[in-house]
Write a new protein. Sequence first.
Length: 536
Amino acid sequence: MLFILAGSVAAQDKPVQGQQVERWDVFELTLQGPSAGNPFIQVPLTATFKQGDKTFTPDGFYDGNGTYKVRFMPDTEGTWTYETRSRHEVLNGKKGSFVCTPAAAGNHGPVRVRAQYHFAYEDGTPYFPFGTTIYEWPYNPKERQDQTIETLKNSPFNKARFLAIPPFKPKYVEGPLKLTQFPFEGTSKENWDFSRFNTDYFKHLELCVERLRALGIEADFILLRPYDGAWGFDKMDMETNERFIRYIIARFGAYRNIWWSLANENSFMRHLSQEDWDQLFQVVEKNDPYQHLRSIHNADKLYDYSKPWVTHVSLQYYNAVKAFGVSPLLRDIYRKPIVHDEINYEGNVSRRWGQLTGEEMVDRFWIAYVGGSYATHGEATEEGWISNGGTLSGTSPKRIAFLKEVVEQGPKEGLNPLDQYYLMNAAGKYGEYYLYYFGKDTPKNWTFELPDDALKPGMKFKVDIIDAWNMTVTPLKQVFEVEEVNRYKYRDKKNTKIKLPNKPYIALRIQQVDTGKLNDTKETIKRNELTDEVEP
């Protein structure tokens, strides 16, 4: 199987003056230099980009055939200057400038941690991760890759996890899906040259990242992985791992939609110690001028996510989203955003991790978000979305899209657990917004009571009954006015009990109506007729 290759970004044959690049896009400098020996190792290249007191110094990289490139992501409008550094005269001291123009619509910059437990784009636009997993989609035929993009275009997913190194599988060794491109020069474990990179392989991965970027999807790029047995990519020594990671950073770091995942199921790579992973994290931190988000996906041992070079928790721990209260605990432990990147998969495969019903997947998503955390979807069927991409056939994606709308219409800073040491199922923002989710429980009614923080007697609230599975929002006509009960809670002054549908997957959304701080619910969510389902 051949990769379909395309150019990444507009290249320049030589330094030029006056080129324009929009904010948070990719400026690319292309130079011709020596091709003798091993340019991947023997010809270091960097460039220093300056504007005022801002300075960035990304590494350059060798792109084959005597071509060298340096990529840069400008974060400020105006004129930037640059100058190259290399011990080879033909590459050294090349100067130039370009103009950074305003970001185009839809370009909000890279994603950053915001408010400790949440995320936002660099321009301040809120970003709520709703991820999916498509590990091997770059290594599938072009038709399947195109199909994946079309599916993602019409999905709720704004983050995609995938591998930078293909896993070893028989289908990639023989038959119509046989791989012909690998990260390193060579054809098999017997003759890989780990000191030389296959530039065509990486050009194809760049195209994949660009296609996701065009859809506004973050590329959660998994750098290392186990799942081998014949190629040996899972047993590379530390020197090779470091060189590989630095090369990837040089090529991909200037893309605004990159997240770095050091590994998938890292503890299954038994030859690497926790100290080795510390070292690799620090390689990423040191060599990425833009400080993209960094984490690692665990297997049977948890990495210490509290370490300073980890920006967020990327967790595989299925039980954490089966029950209320676990995500708030994880937030308190790590004091960072929690992303449940593997919560089992909706599907019908023989392996137990791929047998969730759509209802169970949706329930786990709601439990995660009401816990102040985030979750990543996956689908495991005969067609193999989590491996190959293609199309989705499960019942959960459109319900996840519904949840995404609910979350996006909530507090702009994100959902935070409320009174988490006593309440298990409530999130929002004290005094303004409350989201209660009842999961598989089927209560017949709910007494209108709120934790006391930020409340005052006389404050008024409106209530929506949300059916997470049927994707409906039923606004109640009654306005609820609160009074103080004790130092811990307020209740509706009429001591109202709200009748509930007596079925699973029901939530209540409670919003203050007299502050003007919250947006009205968007009409894009299907509504029922107004109802008076309250019982004084």
